[in-house]
Design a protein around this ligand. Structure first.
Ligand code: FAD
Ligand code: NAD
Length: 471
């Protein structure tokens, strides 16, 4: 049998890669993880989930202090000012502690951290800068990067046309921020800078925000963000951005074509999606092809078409989410070790961490209807407004609802959608229920502590049978 330096070598230390490395080591496999960045943790910890949530939280506190929310509780404040450098510093502190935490976990679990850019020499040999290492199994966990918009060159240093990484590091509050793309990144980072004082315009190609979410949620999102003061330009495409003396002039036209118009901004965020990282990996050396979307296809066990080469996370099909990558990281290590890994791709929650939060798991109403061949009688929908939830009332959080979609015959829950201040936490219960094959009745007859936002899920489940109590 061939002798390898490692049982498993993982390329990329994001939520997919670092979790796979730790679990592989826990299972007794000699494991290494290669990372091109200076720090571990990938997009999520360095320039994604973590820094964005630190700024979302900080900016929410600032907004509450200046917009009169404190006053509704009888709290009087003096003049409130923003120390943006301090807000950025607390963000960096969270990032540094968490990326350092992964380095600690690698040491603790005896995972070798190989620093540098990895590429295939053959299916079992990887070159990292000047070094070559061999492994019986190689896991590609290289993640994704920002999709560029032709004619709109990002320059994060200059800070006029930026991507999410640049928008997380701005050292001034823009006067007018134009966000191109009304998806998750555009709305989260648009919310950060709106709360800190920027006028924000969101230009979205489609006729609704938040692609992939339930139709009712998308409609409500547009209402909520407009009410918060964001300007929404839906069904609109940006055709050009010219920068002169630190100011950008955007040319836009209706998505279906028509008269062009221009818009001035001192900052433009390009957030039109992300694409898998496979450039420079040397996939051609091992004969591994990518699909039309640039993704690496795998089987349910995350094996690619090449023996001994596996792939997980943003680089393979499915939602580009950290927890999906993490679950796949655990599973791939278990498969490699000869166990059975489990990821239920039908039950992966998604959360937009704005205020309120938007969250969902399972099928949208549209997808459930489509799956039922368009037969409206085949599904039942229960909805409950947060306005009627006692905890949302005490907290002055009137916006949002919970929606439960169930199979009309079996009552099995097919999807849950939620707009609430804490929707991201509430959706965990729905995901667990669905994982256990719950019916709406199961949720309706489960005791929920009072007063909690979670009671709205119980009421929405009761509403599936037409019998909510508080509505
Ligand atoms: P990544 O985290 O992208 O990690 C891949 C790593 O591989 C990178 O560090 C890269 O440097 C390294 N790499 C690539 N090629 C090579 C190579 N050839 N050699 C060596 N190293 C290499 N998801 C959520 O679930 N919740 C959120 O709140 C959330 N917020 C986000 C906010 C922003 C602004 C962004 C951009 C993304 C956010 N995401 C969020 C998405 C999340 O970050 C990704 O889904 C997740 O990081 C994917 O994990 P991964 O392990 O597949 O890849
Ligand atoms: P996205 O796919 O969520 O949204 C991109 C939006 O841009 C879409 O609405 C699309 O219609 C629009 N668009 C595309 N081309 C356009 C154009 N030329 N002009 C105007 N609009 C255009 O992508 P994103 O917001 O860039 O986020 C990328 C990925 O990162 C997502 O897949 C998401 O899962 C992940 N992410 C997740 C979180 C979270 O879980 N909270 C946060 C940030 C990012």
């Amino acid at each position: 049998m061939a002798d390898y330096d490692y049982d498993v070598l993982i390329i990329g230390s994001g939520p997919g890669g670092y979790v796979a490395a730790i679990r592989a080591a826990q299972l007794g496999l000699k494991t290494a993880c290669v990372e091109a960045r200076e720090t571990l943790g990938g997009t999520c910890l360095n320039v994604g989930c973590i820094p964005s949530k630190a700024l979302l939280h900080g900016s929410e506190k600032f907004d509450e202090a200046v917009n009169g929310t404190f006053a509704t509780y009888g709290i009087k404040t003096g003049p409130v000012t923003l120390d943006l450098a301090a807000m950025q510093a607390q963000k960096l502190d969270a990032v540094t502690q968490l990326t350092g935490g992964i380095a600690f976990l690698f040491k603790k679990n005896k995972v070798t951290w190989l620093k540098g850019h990895a590429s295939f020499v053959d299916a079992h040999t990887i070159s990292i800068e000047e070094q070559k290492v061999t492994a019986r199994n190689v896991v590609i966990a290289t993640g994704s990067s920002v999709t560029p918009l032709p004619g709109v060159p990002v320059d994060n240093e200059a800070g006029v046309i930026v991507d999410s990484t640049g928008a997380l590091a701005l050292t001034r509050v823009p006067k007018h921020l134009v966000v191109i793309g009304g998806g998750v990144i555009g709305l989260e980072l648009g919310s950060v800078w709106r709360r800190l004082g920027a006028k924000v315009t969101v230009v979205e190609f489609l006729d609704q925000l938040l692609p992939g979410m339930d139709g009712d949620v998308r409609k409500e999102a547009a209402k909520i963000f407009k009410k918060q003061g964001m300007e929404l330009r839906l069904s609109t495409k940006v055709t050009d951005v010219a920068v002169t003396d630190g100011m950008a002039t955007l040319t836009m036209e209706p998505a279906a074509g028509g008269t062009a118009e221009t818009l001035e901004a001192d900052c433009v965020l390009v957030s039109i999606g992300r694409r898998p990282n496979t450039d420079g990996l040397g996939l051609e050396k091992i004969g591994l092809e990518v699909n039309k979307r640039g993704q690496i296809e795998t089987g349910h066990d995350f094996r690619t078409a090449i023996d001994g080469v596996w792939a997980i996370g943003d680089v393979i099909p499915g939602p580009m989410l950290a927890h999906k990558a993490e679950d796949e990281g655990v599973a791939v290590a278990e498969f490699i070790a000869g166990h059975t890994g489990i990821v239920d791709h039908a039950v992966i929650p998604g959360v937009v961490y704005t205020f309120p939060e938007f969250a969902g798991v399972g099928l949208t109403e549209e997808a459930a209807l489509e799956a039922a061949g368009g037969d409206k009688a085949a599904i039942k929908v229960g909805k409950f407004p947060m306005l009627a939830n006692s905890r949302a009332k005490t907290n002055h959080e009137p916006d949002g609802f919970v929606k439960v979609i169930a199979d009309a015959k079996t009552d099995r829950v097919l999807g849950v959608w939620c707009i609430a201040s804490v929707a991201g936490s509430m959706i965990a219960e729905a995901a667990l229920a669905m994982e256990f094959g719950a019916t709406s009745e199961d949720i309706a007859y489960t005791s929920h502590a009072h007063p909690t936002h979670a009671e709205a899920l119980k009421e929405a489940a009761m509403a599936v049978m037409g019998k909510p109590i508080h509505m």
